[in-house]
Design a protein around this ligand. Structure first.
Ligand SMILES: [Zn+2]
Length: 487
């Protein structure tokens, strides 16, 4: 038998500076299994996040919060202060990097079985449950991608970083950059370009690290916001409507949310700076994948290094007869949130066949455009967008996002790369997170089974490691049972 310690020492390619283990607060400690230990995964399959095929039978050592060594599988008995984790039949992946991972839930007051609800639409903040749900799923880094409670998200980041509250690393997106609109009660409405510049400066000073433009922003406001954000080294994404994709590319936007679904460039009678609400997905409905408009747009996105964020789970819910929610996802909802979701699922199921067929075709087309974008050299990232009909649940829907990318035609390793390394690249953190590589932070997920051949095995999370601290996904889920939708 190999002496595992010697074998691992010989395999350490990069010297890893030891760092002091974090001191965990009591709330975090409740959901942690191994604290401050050196971890050694033995005989584990590694799907490393780079898009390369999985490698069978590896030993992976974690020390000082980092990946210290990766080598051939070998039996080992635990050295002092070390925990050995038998990885046989399991797969180790990098922690997921979610790039459309809100901290709120969309509830509709007095929603009834016919789908009616009265204004105002108020979006409750999920500061307690969302970070736990993300972490339980192995999502170790998220961009909040639009905030309804900017201070809550910023303070949450502080608590997570101080190990007082469990959750992923946060790129806190400022409150939405929205133009004149009464769509959402909790959004500020920009007055003009100078106001947009001031808004960006204010939230950047407050600690926000990214920005998101919303559906009714004008070109002038978006241009000013991008300029101010870039001046500070920060990025801007957009869920657009009033501004078309080509216009936003011209203005220097960094990322576009919802794939190609919110491009209004082919909306009939499109007026500049005006959002045609009923034509918001005009592009996907009209532009044939491989056709001239789609090809030109994809080429322009790639040439201008504009990232695209895939949010397939939130769109899947508009189509009848798609797979039901994971039962464990149903269990985390409050009874009210569960009722709302089931009302809306029932309404979708009642859609006339021609409407259902059109939605399914649009969804399929969106998947194809995302595949074409990557094949043309584009950087695709992903996040679930926990909004919609209430069935897009943090964490669970991050797994669904990867499954839907595989359904789109990506190989499982490619889809995992989109959900891990690509996200890290967008955030400019690819040197420290996003793949299983010696020297990188020990942000890892251990799942039962083999997601490199059966992507749904991603759901079988057994252990989540963040900066070397190992969390119990079951304890995290148990702590939010019946709470998502409440707080
Ligand atoms: Zn969103």
């Amino acid at each position: 038998m190999l002496d595992a310690a010697l074998a691992l020492a010989a395999l350490t390619l990069t010297a890893v500076a030891p760092s002091t283990p974090p001191s965990l607060g009591p709330t975090v400690r409740q959901v942690v299994v191994h604290e401050g230990a050196r971890l050694l995964f033995t005989h584990v399959r590694v799907l490393d996040g780079t898009g390369r095929p999985a490698v069978e039978d590896r030993n992976v050592a974690v020390e000082g919060g980092r990946i210290a060594a990766i080598g051939p599988g070998a039996d080992a008995s635990a050295a002092a202060g070390q925990v050995v984790i038998d990885g046989r039949g399991k797969t180790l992946l990098p922690g997921l990097v979610g790039l459309h991972d809100h901290m709120y839930y969309i509830a509709r007051p007095d929603l009834d079985a016919t789908g009616h609800s009265d204004p105002p639409l108020v979006v409750p903040q999920m500061t307690y449950s969302s970070p736990r749900l993300y972490l339980a799923a192995g999502v170790t880094t998220v961009r909040t991608t639009g905030s309804v409670e900017g201070y809550a998200d910023l303070n949450l980041r502080g608590l997570i970083d101080a190990w007082q509250v469990p959750g992923p690393h946060l790129d806190v997106t400022a409150p939405y950059l929205q133009g004149k609109s009464d769509l959402f009660m909790q959004m500020y409405q920009l007055r003009d370009a100078a106001d947009a510049r001031r808004f960006v400066a204010f939230w950047a000073d407050a600690g926000a690290t990214s920005f998101k433009a919303y559906m009714h922003i004008t070109r002038a406001e978006l241009g000013a916001a991008i300029e101010e954000a870039h001046r500070r080294g920060l990025k801007v994404t957009g869920h657009l409507c009033s501004v078309t994709y080509p216009e936003a590319i011209e203005l220097g936007i960094d990322d576009l949310e919802h794939g190609f679904m919110t491009n209004t460039q082919l909306a009939p009678g499109k007026q500049p700076d005006v959002c045609p609400m009923d034509q918001s997905s005009a592009f996907v409905e009209r532009a044939e994948p491989g056709g001239p408009e789609a090809t030109a747009l994809i080429q322009s996105l790639v040439a201008h290094h504009v990232t695209v964020t895939s949010t397939l789970p939130v769109f899947e819910h508009s189509i009848p007869n798609r797979p039901p929610l994971d039962p464990r996802a149903m269990e985390v909802l409050t009874p009210e949130a569960r009722t709302d979701y089931l009302y809306q699922r029932n309404l979708r199921a009642a859609a006339p066949p021609e409407v259902a067929a059109k939605r399914a075709a649009t969804f399929r087309r969106e998947q194809q455009l995302e595949l074409d974008f990557v094949r043309a050299g584009g950087l695709l990232v992903t996040g679930p967008d926990p909004t919609g009909n209430g069935g897009t649940i943090p964490g669970f829907a991050n797994h669904r996002a990867v499954e839907l990318l595989v359904e789109a035609g990506f190989t499982p390793p490619e889809a995992v790369r989109i959900a891990t390394l690509n996200g890290a690249v967008y955030l400019g953190r690819e040197r420290t997170i996003g793949s299983v590589e010696v020297g990188k932070a020990a942000d890892l997920v251990l799942v039962r089974g083999d997601p490199s051949t059966r992507i749904s095995d991603l759901r079988q999370v057994e252990l989540v490691v963040k900066d070397g601290v190992a969390f119990d996904p079951e304890k995290l889920l148990e702590s939010v049972r019946g709470r998502y939708g409440q707080y």
